[in-house]
Design a protein around this ligand. Sequence first.
Ligand code: CP3
Length: 359
Amino acid sequence: MKLRTLPSQSVLLAMPTEKKLLQVLTRQKVSPPPIWLMRQAGRFLPEYRELRQKAENFLDFCYNPELAVEATLQPIRRFGFDAAILFSDILVIPDALGQQVTFEGGVGPKLNALDGPDDLSKLSTANLHEHLSPVYRTVEGLREALPPETTLIGFAGAPWTVATYMVEGGSSRDYAKTRSWAYRDSDTFSQLMDLLVNATADYLIRQIRHGAETVQLFDSWAGILPEQEFHRWSIDPARRIVSRLKQEFPDIPVIGFPRGAGALYADYVVETGVDAVSIDSSVPLQWAAETLQQHVIVQGNLDNVLLASGGEALDREIDRILETLGNGPHIFNLGHGILPHTPPENVARLCDRIRKQAG
Ligand code: CP3
């Protein structure tokens, strides 16, 4: 595959940028803050639902650069968000490692569950980049298509969250199978996690080489881990991934999202080396301002249910977030992905209200 000749990322970052998200990620205070929403491309948009019909299987949709570029751009056109997040899914990694993933309407992802150490030999990194090359082409296409003020975010699932899908064979209520493998036989579980740490770092490095300007690591199920396990399976893998990325791209900011980590968010920001942290809606704002914002840039944390329900309660919460996090570097976002039944008018209302805030 041919790489477009882009100036190196460090040269790009050294130049004054009109990208508000990158300004904040380099610790400049920007007011009103930049806005983007997790899962901003997707089913809450009628234009997405129409486009989605062009491929039967969801992963085929993700592996089609033309469709994936279009899906990424849809929310940017409608709302002028400050960042576009690459359209793909965290489960392309198990798929690329040889554990086939399918999505069936209404039931979510399905994988042939790994039953234990004997199944590890079924996974291989041999075809990782070949398999993921359509995603890299999407990244390139997006850098060409995006307006100059819009930052392109690459992403991957964090090893723990991806491992839960691989071991459970899909979504689960309590992820008990994964947790008990990790307790019972932590040596072989470490082998799975090491494989995922390396594949995820390699994948994110490629996304950056092809044009991603920052990356987010989604650890959506970090919050089910007790303290020691959280250190071992969420913090440590994130630290290793951040360190590999920083070795190659010291100036590319990394955003971590250990959803549900509670008080352990504080350890996560100090120990992983992330530049920014995305906080879920349960994190108290004042605590985040005092404890987290001194170390990192804080992203969040509007309740996605409140965005879907709208009205004056939404306005009040937007104002409270802006006020409490507004003294430090802040990126406005949800505490978790946007819900499919969210009225697009509520998103427009959110953007208007934030942008009207006095600078
Ligand atoms: O704008 C964007 O953020 C789009 C890119 C994106 C998707 N998934 C598209 C998607 C991103 C960043 C993700 C991340 C993702 N995927 C996470 C982490 C974030 C989070 O919400 O916790 C997780 C856990 C997944 C795994 C996943 N993908 C599940 C469990 C499901 C089924 C449930 C659901 O929400 O539909 C998906 C499917 C998926 N990923 C869809 C989209 C737009 C819906 C599929 C469709 O359109 O048919």
